[in-house]
Design a protein around this ligand. Structure first.
Ligand SMILES: CC[C@@H](C(=O)O)C(=O)SCCNC(=O)CCNC(=O)[C@H](O)C(C)(C)COP(=O)(O)OP(=O)(O)OC[C@H]1O[C@@H](n2cnc3c(N)ncnc32)[C@H](O)[C@@H]1OP(=O)(O)O
Ligand SMILES: [Co+2]
Length: 147
């Protein structure tokens, strides 16, 4: 496993609509994408762009996630953190299956099989208790992206 680009920071929220107002009016975000449902992951998602090193809006994104009905995991997180909070960190890798094998070889608990995430590429999660307390998402870099 070789650490890749920090793609996004997942932030759980009870209300994406309220969080959009926060990121626009308090944090000064200039590019907030249209929210969309991702029923396969049980969440509504909204990406907020941050600037990269060149000042363009191509840096690490903030991924706002709100549970869809029936999502016990995020609902449990929000029960402990009613105002929302930082939920996971997502790093890119060139080969998702090689990354999964590398984590498993180190005894890390990979949560399920790779599945399509919000960027349309394969993702998996590694248990926070094996990752210094941070729920970690690993994501295959979209084809054509060179970071
Ligand atoms: C938008 C789509 C996609 C993308 O493409 O980017 C996403 O990001 S989807 C995001 C949502 N999906 C997931 O979170 C899937 C992976 N998560 C899980 O499988 C579970 O949430 C979990 C991490 C295994 C925890 O579930 P569970 O064990 O049932 O919950 P507990 O409440 O019992 O927690 C056990 C233990 O772990 C601590 N914990 C839970 N969540 C987090 C967290 N986000 N960050 C840090 N630590 C976390 C929790 O506090 C418990 O600790 P103790 O109380 O000390 O036992
Ligand atoms: Co994510």
């Amino acid at each position: 496993m070789k650490l890749g680009r920090l793609n996004h920071i997942g932030v759980a929220t009870p209300s994406i609509a309220d969080s959009i107002v926060f990121w626009r009016d308090v944090m000064g975000a200039t590019k907030i994408h249209e929210p969309f449902d991702l029923p396969e992951q049980g969440v509504k998602v909204c990406f907020v762009d941050t600037p990269g090193a060149d000042g363009a809006l191509n840096g690490t994104q903030i991924e706002l996630i709100e549970p869809l009905p029936g999502n016990a995991g995020i609902a449990a997180f929000l029960a402990k953190n009613p105002a929302g909070g930082q939920h996971h960190m997502c790093y890119e890798v060139p080969d998702i299956h090689a990354a999964k094998a590398a984590f498993e070889a180190l005894g890390k608990r990979v949560l399920g099989e790779p599945r399509i995430g919000a960027h349309g590429t394969l993702i998996f999660f590694v248990h926070p208790k094996d990752m210094g307390g941070v729920l970690t998402e690993i994501m295959e870099t979209p084809k054509g992206d060179h970071h």
